[in-house]
Design a protein around this ligand. Structure first.
Ligand SMILES: C=CC1=C(C)c2cc3[nH]c(cc4nc(cc5[nH]c(cc1n2)c(C)c5CCC(=O)O)C(CCC(=O)O)=C4C)c(C)c3C=C
Ligand SMILES: [Fe+2]
Length: 481
């Protein structure tokens, strides 16, 4: 049974851990931190998962406690990571505490992508990114090629990426912004009477998730909330970060017992939607004719196969997110036209459509005069807002006939947004449970050496032809360099 917090069990620095207990205590009182924002909810991938806890744990698009996804039916890559969404759905109440109280040390781990801090970091950063099996998703038979391929692609891609990073000052601003978000979030939690250490763990650059987790251990954290800084869930972002975390936790006796709650996505939260609407509303007023402006949502793309073959909920969540933001604007009397397109594709495969660059040209040709670009996949400024949108897409739009261009800034440390993240963390805390030591399917290596050798043999032959085929070479040249 899940339990929840009442204000009386949220003192400033100490939390009685037994209040969080999930066992058979007597319950009384009323719930304070239950699921909110039901009107915004839609749980997009519940059909392909099987809960290990009760079905009542899904409510309002929010799932409490850990459960593991069953990769039955449609192949679901999401199912290879944790799928809990944090907040405790227990519609009961406060737990009566036994007499002893143990000091609780709450930790919040912010997960993010990370970015190169100097131009010399670019190629090794890209190597880490492309070596991630959630970014370049090779069939199992070809997994042994992941790192050699990552080496080749990162070397080929580095010059183009370096140009981009050079144009925004020689490195990514992500670390600085994420550190600021961590700091402001800690203060927002304190303002809500919750004392917590906030850590930053990056997937592909410093400070790596592993480092953050070691610090969490050293600090003796007794309860952890994990908050990926991506509003929508994608296999390639939150999924990948959580998979790494799962791996680290499973290997460690202390961590595998640590109660953890993961907020897998939060695009539907009222605080986030309203904060986005605030930014858009403000920016619309900078145009001479605000009502004529097309609101152009530009989301980071993912390959179509993620969504259509692996069950990535990203596109559905993105579409719902946009409709929630537009609904909020409409409620404020703003009913501009809007459109959604996907940016930043890499490599020769099909990505989610329509593509941002193509739609910009079409809009220009159709005679659209004013356009407001709204980045929606990410909450910090980064290379794809500062270079791709502000420079490349702006130039393309103006060349295509659009006269008036604007861009909504990323949320960063906007106070209404950070306050809402603090609420999400407080809501998630009661449902923290230890990570189950179940096997990570994505790293399931065959124990049988003969099978392994056979796979390696045929895999190498196939890979040889694949890598040397003129089509592949042309594709890499056209799309990566
Ligand atoms: C090749 C596959 C990639 C997928 C899939 C992908 C998904 C994805 N990425 C973000 C957010 C960010 N990505 C950033 C940089 C970046 N991403 C890729 C590739 C994929 N991303 C590359 C090669 C790079 C490096 C930059 C470049 O060469 O273009 C960043 C920027 C970090 C920074 O340094 O500022 C962000 C942010 C999302 C949200 C997403 C899927 C939903
Ligand atoms: Fe990316």
């Amino acid at each position: 049974m899940n339990t929840t917090l009442s204000s009386s069990v949220l003192p400033q620095t100490k939390i009685c851990c037994s209040k969080f207990s999930t066992s058979d205590h007597k319950v009384s009182g009323s719930r304070l931190y239950g699921p909110r924002h039901s009107s915004y909810s839609k749980f997009t991938f519940q059909a392909s998962i099987v809960l290990s806890s009760s079905a009542a744990n899904i409510k309002n698009g929010i799932v409490g406690g850990y459960y593991h996804c069953d990769p039955v039916g449609k192949k679901n890559q999401v199912g290879q990571t944790f799928c809990s969404v944090g907040v405790c759905p227990y519609d009961g109440t406060t737990v009566e505490s036994p007499s002893h109280a143990v000091e609780e040390k709450v930790g919040v781990l912010l997960l993010n992508l990370g970015g190169p801090e100097t131009l010399n970091d670019v190629q090794p950063f890209l190597f880490n990114l492309f070596a991630d099996p959630d970014i370049i998703r090779l069939p199992r038979l070809f997994r042994f090629l992941q790192r050699p391929l990552a080496r080749i692609i990162s070397v080929l891609r580095a010059p183009k990426s370096k140009e981009g990073y050079a144009a925004i000052g020689g490195g990514s601003p992500l670390r600085k912004i994420t550190d600021e978000q961590a700091h402001v979030l800690k203060m927002a939690l304190e303002a809500k009477d919750m004392s917590a250490n906030v850590y930053v763990g990056m997937r592909y650059w410093y400070p790596f998730t592993e480092e953050a987790v070691q610090q969490i251990k050293r600090d003796g954290i007794t309860r952890l909330v994990v908050l990926p800084l991506y509003p929508q869930f994608s296999i390639s972002t939150t999924g990948s970060s959580i998979r790494v975390l799962q791996h680290i936790f499973r290997e460690d006796a202390y961590l595998s017992r640590l109660p953890v709650s993961i907020i897998n996505y939060w695009y539907q939260r009222e605080g986030y939607i309203k904060s986005m609407a605030d930014l858009i509303e403000k920016e619309l007023h900078t145009f001479a004719e605000p009502k004529e402006v097309i609101i152009f949502f530009s989301a980071h793309g993912v390959p179509v196969s993620y969504v259509e073959d692996a069950g990535d909920p990203y596109r559905d969540q993105m579409e719902e997110c946009i409709s929630l933001i537009m609904g909020e604007l409409k409620a404020r009397g703003i009913d501009n036209e809007h459109t959604l397109a996907y940016q930043s594709r890499v490599g020769p495969v099909q990505w989610l459509k329509p593509y941002t660059d193509e739609v910009l040209v079409q809009l220009g040709q159709k005679g659209v005069q004013s356009l407001l670009a709204v980045p929606v996949s990410f909450v910090s400024e980064h290379i794809e807002t500062l270079e791709e949108i502000d420079m490349e897409y702006k130039e393309l739009a103006l060349e295509s006939g659009i006269k008036s261009w604007g861009r909504v800034p990323a949320l960063g440390v906007t106070s209404s947004f950070v306050t809402d993240l603090a609420d999400a963390i407080i809501e998630a805390l009661p449902s923290a449970t230890a990570i189950s030591p179940s096997r990570d399917i994505s790293e399931d290596v065959s124990d049988d050496p003969v099978r392994y050798l056979v796979k390696m043999f045929f895999g190498s032959i196939l890979a040889f032809f694949l890598l040397l085929s003129p089509k592949m070479i042309t594709a890499f040249r056209n799309h990566l360099i």
